[in-house]
Each structure stands twice: as C-alpha cells, then as structure tokens.
Design a protein. Structure first.
Length: 345
C-alpha cells in the first residue's frame, strides 16, 4: 500500500530509488544507495548507505545504514524502515535549533541614511550619508564629532545642540539627563554644514537609546526643533532624486523611500522617472510633520503618547527611550553614592 509522505509513521516501509527525496529518517534493511546529504552536512559529495554495512558511529549522520529526511537518492535501490518523522528527524532538529537562536540587531541597523546636496559649479545632486550614534552613561552632552575635528560648521553644530534640548525636555524634565552620546557622518572626509540632517541625527539617537533597528531602505532629510517638529529644508528635489538613483542602481524593491517634511510636498518638482516609480509603488515619499511620525515609519514601532499618569506605553519608542534614560540615571546615582561613601572595598 502506498501512503502520502506527510502520513508516514515509524515502521512504514520505504522503497528507495534514484531521484527520491526522503521525507523521514529510515534504516536500510536491503540494498544500497548513494545519497546527497548536503542539506544536513554541507558536503557536496554523495555518500554510500548500505543495509550490509553497519558500524558504530559517533553520530547518526555517520551511520552506514541510515538515511535522512531532506536528502536525495542519487543512485541505487534499497528498502528501508521509517524510524522517525517530523521534528524528530535530523533535519527537524536542525530547524528547531535555528528557531531558538535569537536574532540580534546588527550595528548597521542602528544607522540612518541622511541626505545632503553636493554642488559642483551649476550642477547640484543629492548624496546619501551614513549617520551613526553611540550612547553611554554621562552628563547630558551630545558630542558632535564633526565639530570636534573641525569638519562641522556652526549651523550643523547648532542643530546637534538642539537635540540635547529635545532629549532633556521630553525624557528628563524632572531628573538628570545621565546620557553621553556621539554623532558622526561615517566616512565623511569634507566639511558638513547646515541643519537639514538634524532630524536624521535625532532618529539615530532614538534608535541607539531604545535599541530599535532602523529600516535601511529609507533615507531622511529635514531639520528639527526642540519641540520635535520637523522643519522645511532646501534641495529636497535633488535629495530625493539622488537617493532614488542609488536605489535604482541596486534594484528597486518597493521598500525604498525618503522621509521629508509634509510642507515640502507641494513644492516638489521631481523627474518623471521618480514620479512614475512612486505612482507604481516601487519608491515612496513619506511626508511627516513630527519626529514621532518619522520614527514610527523608520522603526515600524508606535512612538507612543503619555497617558493620564504621564507614562508612555510599554514597548513604544518613547517608552523604551525614557526607560533606558531612567536606568542610566539610577546607575549614575548608585555610582555617586558608592564614591561618596568611600568607594568599593
């Protein structure tokens, strides 16, 4: 009697021949076969399995008379008896192990694609830059690395200082802001001026503090004020078109796009190919008015608003940021008490 592969149970007889892919682990009782075991071992060379060859092995995969689910018979014929199916097979155990591995956020997912404009004579074009942030315990300062090495102009430095005001007022109005953060344009070898990247820098900071990853298919432009409102910037057409060109060169996926201030939308004069891609859903322009709207698009996590008790929802972006900053404040207070009492023994 023949049975469908999903209904196999231990004890069923399997007749194996060239081209068969096994759906259960089985023991050979007659004949021999060559089997491609690369799904389990990564080895491309087929191995011989025979009912007449049985020796002790350190693992089932090395047993001469066993064949396994997911492998392919490349030559020969044999009879076998099923001894385990489903998640009990060697392939099932590997699958179970991979499900237990907790995926960690890559540092590359905590950067933001900022957009700037490069001017060459009368020609201007948009250029994406990687903006990263690092946070640690400190005294409330946000270090502008570009300024420290004299690559950042005064307007850019002003935009970075505004971020400190926003963080302190929103998350630490009644407690010390026990945070030290650093911001940098990665692999930037020229000067940086203007505040049009300040919203991107703030998103990078919020990602670093909260631990939430940023969608790397998106880019950001826009200034921000101390109240978290995104402000209009210049060169928005060139910035969108520049990022679009990069995405098109790498292949449009329907996930790429640019965040801009909502009030900039009515002034857009984009190329026809960009407009066509947006209309087809292959590229996106996201208008936002506040940092909260932008961070929701970038992380896929609700920003969260304070409830009647003044608390942000648990798991929201603002809730995670406030909790992390509160934890840093408590740790700093403990260190302060320790040293006031004479330090650790």
């Amino acid at each position: 009697m023949e049975v469908d592969a999903p209904t196999l149970v231990p004890g069923d007889l399997l007749l194996l021949s060239e081209g068969d892919r096994l759906s259960a682990d089985a023991r050979l009782i007659d004949g021999s076969v060559e089997v491609d075991v690369s799904p389990l071992t990564g080895e491309s060379q087929p191995v011989v399995r025979s009912a007449t060859r049985s020796r002790s092995a350190s693992s089932p995969l090395e047993s001469d008379d066993l064949v396994f689910s997911g492998t392919l018979v490349t030559a020969g014929e044999a009879e076998s008896v099923v001894y385990t199916t489903g998640m009990g097979t060697q392939l099932g155990r590997i699958a179970a192990l991979t499900q237990r591995v907790r995926g960690e956020t890559s540092p590359l997912q905590r950067q933001v694609n900022g957009l700037s404009v490069l001017q060459l004579g009368n020609f201007a074009f948009g250029h994406p830059s990687r903006i990263t942030a690092r946070v640690r315990m400190g005294k409330g300062e946000v270090v502008d690395i570009e300024r420290e090495v004299e690559l950042g102009g005064p307007l850019h430095s002003k935009g970075v200082l505004i971020l400190s005001g926003f963080l302190g007022a929103r998350y630490a109005a009644e407690r010390p802001l026990s945070l030290s953060a650093s911001l940098v344009f990665e692999q930037s070898y020229g000067g940086v001026e203007g505040d049009s990247a300040s919203s991107a820098e703030l998103y990078a900071l919020l990602s670093a503090i909260s631990g939430l990853p940023i969608r790397q298919s998106l880019a950001v432009t826009g200034s921000v004020n101390q109240h978290g409102q995104v402000q209009a910037i210049g060169g928005v057409n060139e910035k969108i078109e520049g990022f679009f060109d990069v995405c098109r060169a790498r292949g449009l996926t329907g996930e790429q796009g640019v965040l801009i201030l909502a009030s900039n939308v009515k002034y857009l004069m984009l190329r026809e190919d960009v407009v066509s891609a947006v209309e087809q859903g292959r590229f996106h322009v996201y208008p936002v008015e506040t940092v909260d709207e932008g961070i929701e698009v970038l992380t896929g996590t609700p920003a969260g608003e304070r409830d009647a008790a003044g608390k942000y929802p648990e798991g929201s972006v603002n809730g995670l940021v406030e909790a992390r900053l509160a934890a840093l404040t408590e740790k700093q207070a403990r260190f302060g008490r320790t040293f006031q009492e004479g330090g650790p023994e």
